[in-house]
Design a protein around this ligand. Structure first.
Ligand code: ADP
Ligand code: ZN
Ligand code: ZN
Length: 748
């Protein structure tokens, strides 16, 4: 804290300048608030306050931490009505001018309250009024006892032995390296308890490991062109790097970062929420010897802030993080990379609903640096921009290892004999692959045992008491669980309505497939990978290690399996039920389905062994399925673009959603209806609704929505501004929950 009320001696004001401090506060109002400087603060001290510092102020009986936006010499509010600020928390801005401007732009674009938007750009401890922390983190090294251990000690505790081994090779280890080697804090604690290791405080730079780095790979011509085009570019430029799975996009990123580092600049790499595998992180660490700041959910608040600070002072040359890392300060920005740019985790789905990809593009523009959007299955928005020439289109059409991309084979299951969701023909194919010593991946995009419990006698179905949806059966745990609100209850033995014992499990989830595959292939390990089997921090890693031993096995999993992983021995990918996306009510359904299938298919035959992909479908003649099977994703995506154009949907038209919810349906509907009526018609902006949301009741709340569509951003924006203003002034506005979603990821 650098200034506190009453701490400074009173001085007489010598000049007549009256300053007003315009402050953004974390409250749900789309405006800033004016405050007065304390009478005992000198004019010079006030004039020295810089935008971007944090200031505590009284607000509605509470003390809030806000961000100074500007010093003004007039205010629309009479000064007698203005309150005086409390403590000034920073001498130097925590939000530098560039990020402050970016945050303000984003708040306006997404029509989100400025104070909440700015708070989102800061690490959580700073948001709460904490101070910058001294730049050290806890590291671990061998104690005297640890150094005296004989070789091969701790053999019975595999992870502890691994940590011992590492510490015998290098002097110490920090949190990022622990993560890269998938060593849990429990392992560290066990060794600390045995006094085999000890902690010490280290700064990230002093401990940057100086072992020799791996040399870059020799690029193939397509990769070389991509690297040359981006690195020869001056100033802002947006590049779409469209490369099939396994085409070596990561190697392109690494070499671009290397050039960026040679110029003394920082690189920011954004990855999807579950996209950063330890293999990827290790690849970065092996290549570069500058400190790498990691900003993802595996860190504590303290560690996150340290990483943020390391980026902010320029010490971290490379920043790797998930969505919110797009707001990481960089004094020397040189390159932004968004890996898997189509991934939905880049769009925040609650609160401040921003797209980190789109903000990244704006940021690159303002900072005059290149941005690379990489994907095997680019979003239609990005593809459209590339086809229009707004982005430069770089393509990698070959797999870097020389392997070929497997074709998608549609398997018609309409009249086929089935066994627990598998056609007999598919089971035979799986059997053949296993007997050849290969691995098989079975993809089902639904976890749990079965999505519906039904009584054969009276037709009862198990519904969630809080949501308009059925509960999923989790058989082993004997539970019914709602995947929308997480409520759960015991799995009944008899029908709760008629007491019959004829209860049916309808539909197939990963747990059920795991069981039926184990019965069918009793001598082959079946490894299930979904949210339920990977909830521990390193559980996923442990499962993947089993797979990577290369023995024949069957992997069963959800979309967690589709992203980023490299399974060298998988030769057959089977998709159990791909038809869901064909009938999705959401306009992005087909796009998402195509992306998912192509990403899953990309897991097959990545290395020396050729791969196959079999898709079971009841709709082998559907144009969507045929297009995916016969063409590349590229062609499939162009066809979807043509449909969107006809319908005036993104990227041709623009959308925004107003959502409202309360504990009855009347209020949110009334609220949205009032807003719609209060807003004057704006040419080119079309409002649809309000309508109840398709799943009207969720977690006990009733939800309604109003859709706004326009072919012109300006009309959409003008209308939204009006709606937001009306919403804030509406008497119900404070009692119900409502939100604005610009460029929504889904409209249903
Ligand atoms: P992507 O990110 O496009 O899925 P990766 O960068 O992970 O692809 O590359 C896939 C595989 O190809 C990796 O094992 C990588 O080491 C290898 N690879 C990438 N570029 C080259 C290259 N130029 N020469 C040889 N192997 C390469
Ligand atoms: Zn019944
Ligand atoms: Zn529920």
């Amino acid at each position: 804290m650098f200034w506190n009320a009453g701490a400074v001696k009173k001085t007489n004001r010598t000049t007549a300048i009256m300053y007003f401090l315009s402050i953004a506060l974390p409250v749900p109002l789309r405006r800033s608030f004016d405050y007065l400087a304390p009478a005992d603060m000198t004019d010079a001290a006030v004039a020295a306050l810089q935008p971007g510092i944090r200031i505590q102020v009284p607000f509605a009986g509470r003390t809030l931490t806000g961000v100074l936006l500007e010093l003004k010499t007039d205010s629309t509010v009479p000064s007698q009505q203005l309150k005086t600020i409390g403590a000034v928390l920073d001498l130097q801005p925590v939000l530098d001018p560039e990020l402050l401007a970016l945050g303000q732009w984003a708040a306006n674009y997404y029509q989100h309250p400025i104070g909440e938007a700015l708070a989102n750009t800061l690490p959580i401890l700073l948001r709460k009024g904490g101070s910058l922390i001294k730049q050290t983190e806890t590291h671990w090294r061998l104690s005297t006892d640890g150094k005296g251990l004989p070789e091969g000690a701790l053999k019975r505790a595999r992870k502890q032995a691994q940590l011992l081994d590492l510490l015998q090779q290098q002097a110490s280890i920090g949190p990022a390296a622990l993560l890269a080697h998938s060593i849990s804090r429990a392992t560290v604690k066990a060794m600390l308890d045995k006094q085999l290791i000890e902690t010490f405080e280290a700064t990230p730079t002093t401990t940057a490991d100086t072992s020799p780095r791996e040399a870059p790979l020799q690029l193939n011509p397509e990769q070389q062109t991509a690297v040359d085009r981006v690195s020869q570019h001056q100033g802002y430029g947006c590049f779409l790097l469209e490369g099939i799975t396994g085409s070596g996009k990561t190697e392109v990123y690494l070499q671009l970062i290397e050039r960026c580092r040679q110029r003394g600049q920082q690189a920011l790499v954004l990855i999807p929420e579950i996209g950063l595998t330890p293999q990827t992180l290790t690849r970065f660490q092996r290549r570069f010897n500058c400190p790498i700041a990691l900003l993802n959910s595996s860190l504590t608040d303290n560690e996150r802030q340290l990483a943020w600070q390391a980026a902010r002072c320029g010490e971290a040359g490379i920043i790797i993080g998930t969505r919110s890392a797009i707001f990481t300060p960089m004094p020397q920005p040189g390159l932004i990379i968004i890996d898997e740019e189509h991934d939905s985790s880049f769009k925040q789905q609650d609160g401040f609903r921003y797209s980190a990809r789109d903000i990244g593009i704006k940021r690159a523009f303002e900072q005059q640096c290149p941005i690379v959007l990489g994907s095997a299955t680019p979003s239609l928005e990005t593809l459209h921009n590339a086809l229009q020439g707004r982005y430069q289109h770089l393509q990698l059409t070959q797999r870097a290892t020389g392997a070929s991309m497997p074709a998608l084979e549609l398997m018609d299951t309409r009249h086929a004999p089935m066994e627990e969701g598998f056609s007999h023909a598919l089971l035979t194919e799986i059997d053949t692959e296993i007997n050849r010593g290969n691995q098989v991946l079975v993809f089902i995009n639904r976890r749990g045992f079965s999505p519906l419990l039904m009584c054969h006698d009276c037709g009862y179905t198990a519904q969630c008491p809080h949501c308009d949806t059925s509960m999923t059966v989790h058989f082993k745990q004997r539970l019914l669980r709602c995947h929308h609100c997480e409520s759960q209850r015991a799995l009944p033995n008899n029908c709760p309505d008629c007491n019959s014992q004829q209860l049916d499990f309808r539909g197939i989830g990963t747990e059920r497939s795991e069981r039926s595959l184990k019965n069918r292939f009793p001598h082959t390990p079946v490894i299930r990978i979904d949210r339920d089997t990977t909830s521990g921090k390193f559980a996923m890693q442990a499962l993947l290690e089993d797979v990577n031993r290369g023995q024949p096995c069957i992997l069963v999993g959800t979309q967690m399996l589709a992203k980023g992983h490299d399974f060298p021995d998988v030769t057959l990918v089977a998709v159990l039920d791909a038809d869901g996306g064909l009938f999705s009510a959401d306009f992005r359904g087909p796009e998402k389905m195509g992306q998912l299938l192509v990403q899953v298919a990309g897991r097959a035959g990545r290395h020396s062994k050729p791969g196959r992909v079999i898709i079971q479908t009841l709709h082998p003649d559907s144009p969507l399925m045929l297009s995916l099977a016969n063409n590349s994703y590229h062609q499939f995506a162009r066809e979807r673009l043509a449909e969107r154009q006809q319908q005036g949907l993104p990227p041709f038209g623009h959308l925004a959603m107003l959502r409202a919810e309360a504990n009855n349906l009347e209020q949110p509907e009334q609220f949205l209806r009032d807003l719609r009526q209060a807003v004057p018609a704006i040419a080119g902006a079309n409002l649809y609704g309000p309508l109840p949301a398709p799943m009207t009741r969720r977690a006990g709340r009733f939800r309604a929505q109003l859709l706004l569509q326009s072919l012109h951003r300006s009309a959409l924006h003008q209308c939204l501004q009006q709606l937001a203003l009306q919403g804030e002034q509406h008497p119900m506005g404070r009692r119900i929950r409502w939100s604005i979603d610009v460029d929504p990821a889904e409209v249903f």
